[in-house]
Design a protein around this ligand. Sequence first.
Ligand code: NAD
Length: 260
Amino acid sequence: QFSLKDKVAIVTGGNSGIGLEYSVVLAELGAIVYVLDLPEAPSEDYAACKAYIKKLATGGSLEYRVANVTDGPGMAKVTHEIAETHGRLDVCIANAGILGPVVDCHEYPADWFRKIMEVNVTGVFLTAQAAIKEMLERKIKGSVIFTASMSGSIINKDMHWIPYTTAKAAVVQLAKAFACEVGTNEIRVNCISPGHIRTRMTEAYLGVEPLIENCWAAQNPMNRLGSVYELRGTVAYLASDASTYTTGHDLQVCGGHTAW
Ligand code: NAD
């Protein structure tokens, strides 16, 4: 039920952190996974994961393509090329995102607000639009997954991330809107909303202020941060046929943070 053998997937922002972990899980389950990200050359972490997947011989693989999620025609082109190459596109994970600086609301720079909306909302829209177009044309019963955040439903205590939290709330609503339009085509659109997970994005804060880890941990009932490994089961569930009747859902993986 969890097998993704012969399935084709795209994962934006898959060059590091959560997106790279998702890409590895899909490839372990047998999928041909295309990582779409900004750098011309993929990261060392990506290269190590690609070598690991090759050794596993599950039939899955990792491929890298340069793509910017804010470039609509570019996303449509790369997505179409992938779907044409394999005659299908089964899974799309719109995961790329940025956090931006912590600044009080009355001084938050408008340029940063626009940039975060552009990447975290418009980028998710353009990625999903490109993928769903290919799925519809090929009558694929696909799975589209957005990386939202617990910040889409709560406000992070003492972290003044006004555009980030607004953008993630929009992503949850975007998933529901897409899900309602393409449900009869058996295309599912869901969100995974992680809590505080240790990645390059969060290290930028944890590294400069060690006390932040304790503050963040104390805000959830499990009293700790999460790791990317703890998102593995969730993405396997939503990407595969294990979740064929789940759509328009926002699955929180945050150690109960939003329960408080
Ligand atoms: P990360 O910085 O390790 O990964 C983000 C990736 O997105 C990077 O590889 C980056 O190059 C890519 N990216 C950024 N802008 C892009 C663009 N315009 N086009 C294509 N790729 C782009 O961070 P992460 O923690 O792995 O974050 C992944 C997602 O998870 C983000 O959407 C983030 O908001 C979300 N998230 C993270 C946490 C956390 O605690 N780490 C919690 C909740 C949600």
